[in-house]
Design a protein around this ligand. Structure first.
Ligand code: HEC
Length: 196
C-alpha cells in the first residue's frame, strides 16, 4: 500500500470514530428536565451509561464494584428519581439476599434479609443534558448485634472514579432506619419492581 492510501485509510478510520462518538453523544444528550422524563427517556439514558457505570466503579479495587453486575437485578431498570439526591438508581442484590429482597416485604417488623446480603445501587444524573455518574451505594447485612446502632447494616459507597466514598453510618441509617417494617430497606419505586 502506498503512503497516500495508508494516510487516507487512517483518515477514514478517524472520521468513522468521530462520527460514531458524535452520534453517541447526540443520542445521549437530553433536553427534558429530570422530573419530566418519560420511561422511554429513562431507558435511553440507561443505555448511555450501562457499560460506563461498572467500568467507572471498578476502576479502583472495591470488591463489590468488581462483581455487582453479575448479581440479580432487583428492578426492571431505573425509575424516575426520588431520594438519593434526585439521581436515577438501579439496584442489584447478591445471591444470599436476592430472593428475600425481591419479596419487597414492607409490612413486617420481624422481616430480615439473611446475614451476608449485599446490595449495590448505581446512581447517575444529568448535568447540562449529559449523563453524569454518581456513587455506587452499598449496604451489607451483618448480624444485628454486630452493628446494633444501624440494625445490622453497614453502609458504604464507591465514587465514580473507583475510590471508596467516605460514608457516615448514622447519616445513612437516620433515613434507612425509618423503614422498620422492611429491615431498613427502601426498595425501588413500585413501577420498576419485578412482577408488577
Ligand atoms: C433521605 C433518605 C435516605 C438516605 C439519607 C440514604 N438513603 Fe439509601 N435509600 C433511600 C430510599 C428511599 C431507597 C429506595 C429508593 C430506590 O432504590 O429507588 C434507598 C435505597 C438504598 C439502597 C438499595 C437498598 C434498598 O434500601 O432498597 C442502598 C444500597 C442504599 N440506599 C444505600 C445508602 C447509603 C450507603 C446511604 C448513605 C451514604 C444512603 N443510602 C442514604 C433513602 C435514603
Amino acid at each position: 500500500m502506498n503512503t497516500r492510501l495508508l494516510l487516507s485509510a487512517a483518515a477514514l478510520a478517524v472520521a468513522a470514530t468521530a462520527t460514531s462518538a458524535q452520534a453517541q453523544s447526540e443520542a445521549c444528550t437530553f433536553d427534558a428536565e429530570i422530573p419530566d422524563f418519560t420511561q422511554a427517556q429513562i431507558d435511553a439514558l440507561y443505555e448511555c451509561v450501562r457499560d460506563e457505570l461498572p467500568a467507572a466503579y471498578g476502576a479502583g479495587d472495591d470488591e463489590v464494584a468488581a462483581v455487582y453486575r453479575e448479581w440479580g437485578a432487583a428492578a426492571t431498570g431505573p425509575a424516575a428519581p426520588g431520594f438519593h439526591g434526585g439521581r436515577f438508581l438501579n439496584t442489584f442484590v447478591n445471591e444470599v439476599g436476592y430472593d428475600a429482597y425481591i419479596t419487597y416485604e414492607d409490612d413486617d417488623e420481624a422481616f430480615e434479609v439473611p446475614v451476608g446480603t449485599v446490595i449495590a445501587k448505581e446512581s447517575y444524573t444529568l448535568r447540562d443534558g449529559a449523563p453524569r455518574i454518581g456513587p455506587l451505594f452499598i449496604m451489607t447485612r451483618v448480624a444485628t448485634d454486630e452493628s446494633p446502632d444501624t440494625d445490622g447494616w453497614v453502609y458504604a459507597g464507591v465514587q465514580p472514579n473507583g475510590n471508596p466514598m467516605g460514608v457516615s453510618q448514622s447519616f445513612c441509617h437516620d433515613c434507612h432506619g425509618g423503614y422498620s417494617f422492611s429491615d431498613s430497606l427502601g426498595y425501588p419505586a413500585y413501577e420498576v419492581r419485578l412482577g408488577q
